[in-house]
Design a protein around this ligand. Structure first.
Ligand code: ZN
Length: 316
């Protein structure tokens, strides 16, 4: 229960910081580079889950398109969320539960596509060989508002357990592989490639893949600000279509090339990580969103998440 209070505090802190600057700034004014191109600013974290954003940016750049993507890198979800919620960027590739929470708090954003399909694993050390073994163990997630938290709940439910049976802690993604290797934690679930990293280092093994626990799971989403969608509707539509096309173009070879360029991780880590993920269909359907909506409520991430109609824009 103590852990839940810490979660609530951190969430309130992140949202409070985000709300402070709401409405003061706007990224919707078309910022032009010297050659007169239109720019869309997209925030991201360097993870395997954000590859379609990188690929879309590369494709638009290579084709010398009138619309260019300015990628804005962040080191943590709270920092990225602060930029998104205060309008310093036009959109972001972000954990969908964090975006739902922002929308619930009144921030004007819409989810317009998925970041990926599948692509999460629960990694544990040798002391955890099945869901029952999680009882009493220390388990890390990146944020309470995440599909990683939902997947932990799903795994525990397999053994009739809940998060009250586990010591849940929040760590930043890059810290998790070494925390597992040192015995500080017994397992974790987080955006890739940090699950693959522990496996590659022989610090842990895959207890569950996301598809085993939650078929067609949602995790990251591409979100755009309402400001951008309303004031630059043609650019928004063009970008979302380019983004979904970029996802289809991410063949294994192409995905590897882009991942090497943007993620600065070893070959072996990326090869394993990319086996677990796909990008070919990035539509957010009402059915798959409803499953997420129900899990968010069931596992206590939020009592009042936004509905599909309130939060998802699927008609570009
Ligand atoms: Zn994700």
């Amino acid at each position: 229960m103590k852990q839940n209070r810490i979660f609530a505090f951190l969430t309130a802190l992140a949202l409070g910081a985000a709300l402070t600057g709401c409405g003061n700034t706007s990224a919707s004014n078309v910022s032009s580079s010297t050659d007169g191109k239109k720019i869309i600013k997209i925030a991201y974290l360097p993870i395997t889950h954000a590859l379609p954003v990188f690929e879309a940016a590369e494709e638009l750049k290579a084709s010398d398109d009138a619309l260019q993507v300015e990628l804005v890198k962040y080191g943590s979800w709270p920092e990225l969320l602060d930029a998104l919620n205060t309008g310093r960027v036009d959109g972001a590739s972000v954990l969908i539960e964090l975006a739902m929470k922002s929308r619930q708090e009144g921030i004007g954003i819409k989810a317009v596509a998925l970041g990926h399909k599948d692509g999460n694993v629960i990694v544990t050390n040798d002391s955890v060989q099945n869901a029952e073994d999680l009882k009493g163990k220390t388990f890390a997630i990146p944020h309470r508002q995440s599909s990683h938290n939902i997947l932990l709940n799903d795994a525990l439910a397999q053994a009739g357990l809940t998060v009250d049976d586990v010591n849940v802690t929040e760590l930043s993604p890059p810290e998790m592989p070494s925390a597992l290797a040192s015995g500080q934690i017994d397992g974790y679930c987080v955006a890739e490639p940090f699950g693959a990293k522990a496996v590659t280092l022989n610090a842990g093994h895959v207890l569950y893949s996301s598809e085993e626990l939650w078929p067609d799971s949602l995790c990251c989403g591409l979100v755009l600000t309402d400001d951008f969608i309303e004031n630059r509707s043609e650019d928004a539509s063009y970008f979302v279509q380019s983004y979904k096309e970029a996802g289809k173009n991410l063949t294994p070879a192409k995905a590897k090339e882009i991942a090497l360029e943007y993620l600065q991780q070893d070959d072996a880590v990326l090869d394993l990580s990319l086996k677990w993920i796909r990008y070919d269909d990035l539509e957010i359907t009402a059915d798959t969103y409803q499953v997420l909506f129900d899990k968010v409520k069931e596992y206590g991430l939020s009592d009042n998440p936004p509905t599909y109609e309130e939060f998802v824009k699927n008609d570009f």
